[in-house]
Design a protein around this ligand. Structure first.
Ligand SMILES: Cc1cc2nc3c(=O)[nH]c(=O)nc-3n(C[C@H](O)[C@H](O)[C@H](O)COP(=O)(O)O)c2cc1C
Length: 164
């Protein structure tokens, strides 16, 4: 059966992980984008993005193609914003939650420090599931190169392959 990797990325960290996983899993990759881009520089980036995340905003997304019936495993990846999934992913999860609850869902998050576990809990709650098929956390993997990351991705992908 097939796997989809759905992600949002502002600075390319989550994108990098999504692409590496897609190559190993032969997965479809769906990039989520807000219709109106968030500021990506300076103080505005943290103010607007942080506020949007804390307020639980669900920004309107650019049209994307995703048919959940095509997949048995869905991997959702995002940067952590204020201990939450970045808001475009929040929109995606809310829009699709009824379809996601019957699937194997795995997650990965990129962050600079901490908050990913809390973000994972929020996503579980939103979908209405107890556990994920897999979870991975990365610390700014694009800029803080760490050879363990590739091993982590390989193990995670093996687990997903066995379970799908
Ligand atoms: C608005 C905003 C809020 C953030 N909040 C957190 C946070 O709560 N915890 C953390 O560790 N990193 C936080 N970060 C850092 C990003 O999660 C981190 O740099 C991530 O690797 C970026 O991924 P991306 O390149 O896929 O966008 C925040 C970044 C932004 C822009």
């Amino acid at each position: 059966m097939s796997t989809a990797i759905v992600y949002y990325s502002m600075h390319g960290n989550s994108e990098m992980i999504a692409e590496k996983m897609a190559a190993k899993l032969d997965a479809d990759v769906i990039r989520i984008e807000p219709d109106k881009a968030y500021p990506d520089k300076g103080a505005k980036k943290f103010l607007w993005g942080g506020k949007s995340a804390v307020m639980g905003e669900q920004p309107v997304l650019k049209p994307y193609e995703f048919d959940p019936d095509k997949y048995d495993s869905i991997i959702i990846g995002f940067p952590v914003w204020a201990s939450r999934p970045a808001p475009p992913i929040w929109t995606f999860v809310n829009d699709q939650k009824s379809k996601l609850s019957g699937k194997k869902i795995a997650v990965f998050a990129c962050q600079s420090g901490n908050g990913a576990e809390k973000a994972f809990d929020r996503v579980k709650k939103m979908i209405g599931i107890e556990t994920f098929a897999g979870e991975m956390i990365f610390i700014d993997p694009k800029t803080r190169v760490n050879s363990d990351n590739d091993k982590k991705i390989a193990l995670f992908c093996e687990k997903i392959k066995k379970e799908r």
